[in-house]
Structure formats: structure tokens, C-alpha cells
Design a protein around this ligand. Structure first.
Ligand code: SF4
Length: 372
């Protein structure tokens, strides 16, 4: 831990905290930093850190993954997606491919990519072959997709978009009447693009302290200190603890491109349901590159169910911060990174995967049963 991080930790420990405080983070990158730096164990016992809805792969609707798989299996095309997405399981009979990875093993031309430019390069390599970019992600992923389309792409490149905005999920939690946290650490990278102002509603409408954090332990601890001190002093505002990168109003160019290329629509979150104004769809002007407009539809209405996680999987409750990963019955007991049951164990940004990789191998239910 850096000197600066240790100082922030000392400042937190010196706060006269009486009541327990639950701080939610909204970013898989934050959760990874918190876990790998061991911040949970270092903070005072009455400070609880709750991982929230920060994993885009975890909340990607099952029907979108299914649609991508069916396109790749049934059409003569190449499908590309970010690597994590390839292992996300869907609920189909065991004899059928259950993930893009298994569809690839069954003969579909599916390739992992790391950036939109790889999708463009692949489409340029063979202009006669359709390339479908299954683009699932939050604002930081969706903005480069918008930039790619705005700059112009080959006619044979199509986007199967599953983009989401982060703040509406937090707004939904706060509006639900069952708020499970007392303070918020807001995502740094999303704020870099969209501006920290997007999180202003948290203190203003809900009287909950909030602070934007970067990804180092010291930036996270600075944000935690800020929200704890706000509570201590009875104050409530949005603090930008990542000012080196997060500027007022974010990145105006990226926001303008997003707005030019995509419109905000109501959108489904896997296991959670429809959240108003939480998704992106391509605008009419980009219809020529919209896979849903240009290619055969494999949208399966029967898959559009709310709460369709695999049987026994508690990913939805993990994503909403209602339980910790190791409180899922299947954590380490049937579900692990080698054999993931739910999306939270697949993605590098999924809380279950992060906790497992961070050395949490004991299922809390089993531990409590054996000690109780
Ligand atoms: S441990 Fe596995 S089954 Fe349980 S919530 Fe996490 S990913 Fe889902």
C-alpha cells in the first residue's frame, strides 16, 4: 500500500465513527482494486464495502447473448465480441451450445476482440463477409463504438448493440425504497466520459454522500474518507476525488458522438428487469450498420423473462448489492471460474470472479452452518 493510501487509511481510522456505514461502489474496476488491495480488512469494522451494479457482462440480457449465438451459428458471418462475453452462460438444454465459446467450438466463426478497431480491421480484410460486433458494455465501452460508427466503417460491419448507462441502475436502487447503502463511491472512468454531474442526483435527491474515485487504493480511500466525513459532519455533496482525470462535464466530444450515433432507451438488465432510460440503441441514421435491422432476427420472445439467471444463481442479488458473492449457495460449491454457473463468475468485472481471484474460497453459508 502506498504512503498516500496509508495516510488516507489513518485519516479514516481517526474518524469517530459510531454507527455502521455501508459504502457501495458501482464499478467492477473499483471492486477489483478494493479486493486486491485488501481494503475491506484494513478499514474499521463498522465500514462495510458493498459491490454494486458495475459489471456490464453480468447484466447483459440473456436474449442478447442468445441472439448473438444464433446469428453466429446459423448465418454465414463472423461474430466478434469482447473476450469476457464469450463464456457467459445462457439457459438452453444441455445438448445445445450454452455460450459463445461453446458455439465457437460447435463451428461458428466467433472471435474475441479487445477494441472496436479490431472489428473494423476484420471487416476490411474481407469486404464480402459480414462481421457482427456484439457490443455489450457501459458508457466507457459504448462511447468508442459510437466513435467507430461516426468515423465510418465498411458496409459489411454490423453492430449488435447491448449498451447500458450506469447511473439509472443506482437511481433505481435509490428509488426502490430499499436502499441498501449509506454512501456511494461513483465510477471514475464513466465520469471521465459522462462527467461527474451525472451522480449529482445521489446527494441532491437522496441526501446520500457521494464521491468519484479513481482505481488506485489511495484514490478509493480518499473517496471513502470523503463520504465518511460528510456523514460525520452531517453534510452531503458530490466530491470529485479523481480530478486529475475526471473533469466537469466529462469528455464533450465523446458525449456528442454518443448522442449523434445512439439514443437512450428503456433497457433490460439481466436478472433485474427493465430500467427506464438505461440503454442505448442505434439511431435511424446508422440503421445500415444495425445488426437488428439488417440481419435475420433470432430474437426469441420466450427468452425475454425477468430474472432468468441459471437455476440457483444469485447474480442479480449480487449485482444489486443485496448479498455478497460468498453468500450465494453456489459460490465455490458448483460455481467457480473454471466452471462458472452465472455471469458474475465469468467476467473480470464480476464480483464473484473478483472475490474468488482475491482468495475468498469459503462459501459463507457453508462456513456459518459448520460453525453454527
Ligand atoms: S457464485 Fe456463481 S452462481 Fe452464485 S451468484 Fe456468483 S456467479 Fe452466480
Amino acid at each position: 500500500m502506498s504512503l498516500s493510501a496509508r495516510r488516507w487509511l489513518e485519516k479514516i481510522r481517526s474518524l469517530p465513527l459510531e454507527a455502521p456505514v455501508r459504502i457501495m461502489n458501482v464499478c467492477g474496476g473499483h471492486e477489483r482494486s478494493i479486493t486486491s488491495a485488501g481494503l475491506r480488512g484494513a478499514l474499521p469494522a463498522n465500514v462495510e464495502l458493498i459491490p454494486g451494479p458495475g459489471c456490464p457482462v453480468c447484466i447483459c440480457p440473456e436474449e442478447d447473448v442468445y441472439e448473438a449465438m444464433q446469428l453466429a451459428l446459423n448465418e454465414d458471418l463472423t461474430l466478434v465480441a469482447f473476450g469476457d462475453m464469450l463464456r457467459v452462460p445462457v439457459n438452453v438444454p444441455r445438448r445445445e451450445p450454452r455460450s459463445l465459446e461453446q458455439a465457437k467450438a460447435a463451428g461458428a466463426d466467433i472471435r474475441p476482440i479487445a477494441s472496436p478497431t479490431e472489428a473494423v480491421a476484420l471487416a476490411n480484410d474481407d469486404r464480402s463477409r459480414p462481421v457482427v460486433f456484439f457490443a455489450a458494455g457501459f458508457e466507457t465501452t459504448t462511447a468508442p463504438v459510437a466513435a467507430m460508427l461516426r468515423e465510418g466503417v465498411p458496409d459489411n460491419l454490423f453492430v449488435l448493440l447491448s449498451g447500458r448507462l450506469t447511473w439509472p441502475a443506482v437511481a433505481m436502487l435509490l428509488d426502490s425504497g430499499e436502499v441498501g447503502f449509506d454512501a456511494l463511491v461513483a465510477p471514475g472512468h464513466v465520469s471521465t466520459v459522462m462527467g461527474p454531474e451525472e451522480w449529482q442526483f445521489v446527494p441532491e435527491r437522496h441526501a446520500i454522500p457521494a464521491a468519484v474515485a479513481g482505481f488506485s487504493a489511495d484514490s478509493l480511500l480518499a473517496a471513502m474518507y470523503s463520504v465518511l466525513r460528510q456523514r460525520q459532519e452531517g453534510k452531503c455533496f458530490l466530491d470529485n476525488c479523481y480530478p486529475q482525470v475526471v473533469r466537469p462535464h466529462g469528455n464533450p466530444t465523446a458525449r456528442r458522438w454518443l448522442d449523434d450515433v445512439m439514443e437512450v432507451v428503456d433497457a433490460k438488465w439481466r436478472g433485474i428487469g427493465v430500467i427506464p432510460a438505461s440503454g442505448y440503441a442505434l439511431r435511424e441514421a446508422y440503421r445500415a450498420h444495425d445488426a437488428r435491422m439488417q440481419l435475420p432476427s433470432y430474437a426469441d420472445d420466450s427468452r425475454k423473462r425477468v430474472g432468468e439467471m441459471p437455476a440457483g444463481c444469485d447474480c442479480a442479488r449480487v449485482v444489486l448489492g443485496q448479498i455478497y458473492p460468498d453468500q450465494c449457495r453456489l459460490y465455490g460449491a458448483g460455481c467457480n471460474p473454471r466452471s462458472p454457473v452465472g455471469p458474475c463468475m465469468v467476467s473480470d468485472e464480476g464480483a464473484c470472479r473478483i472475490w474468488w481471484s482475491g482468495g475468498v474460497r469459503q462459501n459463507r453459508n457453508v462456513a456459518e452452518r459448520s460453525t453454527g
